[in-house]
Design a protein around this ligand. Structure first.
Ligand code: GDP
Ligand code: MN
Length: 376
């Protein structure tokens, strides 16, 4: 789960990490009044769940009173990587020298939290990571010890020469680590971390991602969730007993069992096709589930064909076939369907489908190949 910059900085603030003075605004009028309250210049920043806003034109410095409504108007409603900007952060403009990067994430190789620090922060950090990875220092944090004062100072010495900054940095890094642990985060980043003219470290930007599996014990964090349209569909599917994940392809898949669903996606890929979704309808044989599943698949306009792959274990194939027929009577399906049934009561199921003139195939491979052919 992701949160916005302003929400991350609110958390930073609670742990006494210095952040810019700022106001969240939903309209141009709010931005104007925020700017007059904060004083010029201000930085106007798109609040969307996407990185690289600066490069996409979503971060602008307004130096004059005229520029505030102009820039706020431009950024509000802007599209950044598929996200529409519905709110902006109006932040006090700050003068600074260098930009630093600090971040915490989980490193699976060392099975530890790792602290990353670089004196080459700013909007080009991805380039630095790619072209000059040694400019990003990495420090593995021993789970038993946590971020000790010693290690925090060592990290700070990698960034700063001035002892006053090293002290501030070490203190800030320990707070950042505490935030990471307390909130079950999977990523915490400050980019850029800057030094103000008064010699204070200041978080100009903040980013936090969280472990979805820990949200049950992070109710305050979960309350900040703003699911995308796709995620809303996934949540609605979960309520109906379906596990649905949207993908980018055009072959809709309806499968029972997560393992078979994964195998189905692999097989489609193997034969050169692109699955439109992962969908596990689970172990029951309730026709309503098949109807819900079909509606879900067809709500994706990219879907050109639906491949149904059922292995009857607890689920009986004849029940699935009946469900399918009921579903097809209730909803208009304008795309071709390919069905593969095998296992418990497969024979009965196939008879039912044959009577309804539904195309059936013998094997999974055949089903995948036929679905791919129907897409073309
Ligand atoms: P990102 O592109 O999504 O990472 O957005 P950031 O909030 O990090 O802003 C991008 C860049 O804008 C920063 O790296 C800074 O160079 C610049 N910037 C952001 N806030 C300020 C500010 O208050 N003053 C000045 N002069 N530049 C800023
Ligand atoms: Mn940034």
């Amino acid at each position: 789960m992701k949160i916005h910059e302003y929400q991350a900085k609110e958390i930073f603030s609670r742990y006494r990490i210095p952040v810019t003075k700022e106001v969240v605004c939903y309209t141009v009028e709010e931005a104007v009044s925020a700017a007059s309250q904060l004083g010029l210049p201000v930085v106007i920043k798109a609040q969307v769940h996407a990185g690289g806003r600066g490069k996409a034109g979503g971060v602008k410095l307004a130096r004059t009173a005229e520029e505030v409504p102009q820039l706020a108007g431009k950024i509000l409603g802007m599209d950044i990587k598929g996200y529409t900007v519905e709110k902006v952060l109006v932040a006090q403009g700050v003068k600074f020298g260098s930009e630093f990067y600090v971040g915490l994430t989980i490193d699976r190789n060392s099975k530890s939290v790792v602290f990353m620090a670089s004196s080459e922060g700013g909007v080009e950090i991805e380039e630095v990571a790619k072209d000059n990875p040694e400019a990003i220092h990495k420090f593995v944090i021993e789970p038993e010890l946590g971020l000790t004062p010693f290690l925090a100072r060592k990290i700070a010495f990698a960034l700063f020469q001035d002892i006053a900054l090293v002290k501030q940095g070490a203190d800030l890094f320990q707070k950042l680590y505490k935030i990471f642990m307390d909130t079950d985060a999977s990523l915490v980043e400050i980019n850029p971390l800057v030094i103000t003219e008064e010699g204070q470290l200041l978080a100009l930007d903040g980013k936090m991602n969280f472990d979805d599996n820990a949200l049950f014990r992070q109710t305050a964090i979960e309350a900040l969730n703003e699911p995308t349209e796709d995620e809303k569909k996934e949540i609605a599917a979960k309520d109906k007993g379906l596990t649905y994940i949207r993908l980018d392809g055009n072959i809709g898949c309806m499968v029972n069992g997560a393992g078979l669903a994964m195998a189905t996606l692999d097989l489609i890929k193997h034969f050169g096709g692109e699955p439109a979704n992962f969908l596990d309808i689970g172990g029951s044989s309730n026709p309503q589930k098949v109807i819900d599943a079909m509606n879900l698949i067809l709500s994706d306009k990219n879907v050109k064909v639906v491949m149904i792959n059922i292995f009857g274990g607890i689920t009986r194939c004849d029940d699935v076939a009946k469900g399918l027929i009921i579903a097809l009577e209730k909803i208009k399906v304008s795309v071709p369907i390919v069905v593969r049934l095998s296992g418990t009561n497969a024979k009965e199921g196939l008879e039912i489908l044959k009577e309804a003139n539904l195309p059936i195939v013998e094997t999974m491979s055949e089903a995948a190949q036929k679905a791919i052919a129907l897409c073309k």
